[in-house]
Write a protein that binds this ligand. Structure first.
Ligand code: S3P
Length: 450
């Protein structure tokens, strides 16, 4: 019987309006990069050191699973970790089920890792993760020779029995998904020959960048069919010292918050600006947001800058469809920005939002609707009618549905609402941004509190 995780006790939270948001803040380490830093360090031969690791529940689930498969992982200070890698092919049979909690990235990337090792692992998760589609990963991994025994609908709990050696594949992604791409590339690491992934639509490229940094042979080619990533298997990875840049998906909440609360002037330091992640920045600028970049630099092989954001009137836009992959996690925050814009914002072409930690289209339609924002739900997005910069009515309760981004986005909406907004459960923020509410308390002011 797989171990069934115990749900956390809900933590309701009431958030009132704020005066101008002011000050300087840093955001936590990038979630995607933190998972990959642990995983690739685990497969290197020798000791890697990671600084700036995101210590949220999702990343800790990846660390715990890797430990259960024989990797030595220690926390040496705030955000600093050492990983004693076992080498590609060196993972051991875990004694119990691997609890992925709320983390789709942990589940999908680690399924790929197990698929080409001579081990069998059971993956479990919380109620949200247990509803999410895993066929997108299971199908290519089965083609590589792994067995995946999933629950009905190809969901968790599921068991992966790896094949060693696995069979290299050339695979075209049917959905734009960096998790699927990364799962296949990770399986390819311990597979003889060349594993090739074609992505018709480019997605975040942290895996490719970091694999190269660890010494794997990876080539990336732009072709008429899309971006083709080729990885030479049976790789030997060299341990690295990695600094994780700040998470643009965490910065997103502050960019929107300072953008909508009159008088705000906020400096967000050390934000990762990998072009596969900056769609929200582009969309907010199209809406008229005042966001300036300073001190551009490279951290951990990724472009980084400090962002100064000042309140500015926003206008509604049609969000360009091609931005979707580079802002896929930022739609909830964008919907909040739209709720304060002049005119209406139409965001479509993002049906993937329905299979994130929650159905984010339905969740945000309900959350904004309950707080007096007129919204129209589409199968692939939302149309949001803005308040022309006025406070929204607020006063409603938001079902956060085990989804960190719903909780944090609606906390931001509350900062410029006539009546306080209640989150039925704020605890999902712990998965990706444990300090979110402490940072909010640091920058919020009382001047015009409702
Ligand atoms: C992620 C990829 C995206 C994103 C998720 C993190 C990653 O998911 O939504 O939060 O780290 O690779 P998809 O791969 O499903 O698009």
């Amino acid at each position: 019987m797989p171990h069934v995780p115990v749900p956390r006790t809900p933590l309701p939270r009431r958030i009132a309006a704020s005066g101008p948001l002011r000050g300087e803040i840093a955001v936590p380490g990038d979630k995607s990069i933190s998972h990959r830093a642990l995983i690739l360090s685990a497969l290197a031969v020798g000791r890697s050191r990671i600084a700036g690791l995101l210590e949220g529940e999702d990343v800790l689930a990846t660390a715990a699973a890797l430990r259960a498969m024989g990797v030595g992982i220690e926390r040496t200070g705030e955000g600093t970790w050492t990983v004693d890698g076992v080498g590609v092919g060196g993972l051991l049979q875990p004694a119990g089920a691997l609890d992925m909690g709320n983390s789709g990235t942990s589940a999908r990337l680690l399924m790929g890792l197990v698929a080409s090792h001579p081990i069998t692992a059971t993956f479990t998760g919380d109620a949200s993760l247990s509803r999410r589609p895993m066929a997108r990963v299971a199908d290519p991994l089965r083609t590589m020779g792994a067995d995946v025994f999933a629950s009905p609908g190809d969901t968790l709990p599921l068991m992966v029995r790896g094949l060693c050696p696995a069979v290299p594949i050339a695979y075209t992604l049917p959905v734009a998904s960096a998790q699927v791409k990364s799962a296949i590339l990770l399986a390819g690491l311990n597979t003889p020959g060349i594993t090739r992934v074609t992505e018709p639509v480019p997605t975040r490229d942290h895996s490719e960048r970091m694999l190269t940094g660890f010494g794997a042979h990876v080539t990336v080619e732009d072709t008429p069919e899309g971006r083709v990533i080729s990885l030479t298997g049976e790789a030997e990875l060299r341990p690295q010292d990695i600094v994780v840049p700040g998470d643009p998906s965490a910065a997103a909440f502050w960019l929107v918050a300072a953008g909508i609360v009159p008088g705000s002037d906020l400096l967000v330091r050390g934000v990762g600006l990998n072009p596969t992640r900056t769609g929200l920045l582009t969309a907010l600028r199209l809406m008229g947001a005042d966001i300036q970049e300073a001190n551009p630099r490279t951290v951990g092989g990724e472009p980084v800058a400090d962002l100064r954001v000042r309140h500015a009137p926003l206008r509604g836009i049609e969000v360009p469809l091609e931005l979707a992959p580079s802002m896929i996690d930022e739609y909830p925050a964008l919907f909040v920005a739209a709720a304060f814009a002049h005119g209406r914002t139409v965001a479509r072409g993002a049906a993937e939002l329905r299979v994130k930690e929650s159905d984010r289209i339905a969740a945000m339609a309900a959350a904004l609707g309950a707080n007096g924002v007129p919204v129209e739900e589409h199968d692939d997005g939302l149309t949001v009618q803005g308040s022309c910069g006025d406070p929204i009515p607020g006063g409603g309760t938001v079902a956060t549905r085990l989804d960190h981004r719903i909780a944090m986005s609606m906390a931001v909406a509350a900062l410029h609402a006539r009546a306080a907004i209640t989150l039925d459960d704020a605890s999902p923020a712990l998965t990706s941004y444990p300090a979110f509410f402490a940072t909010l308390a640091d920058i919020a002011t009382q001047e015009s509190a409702a």
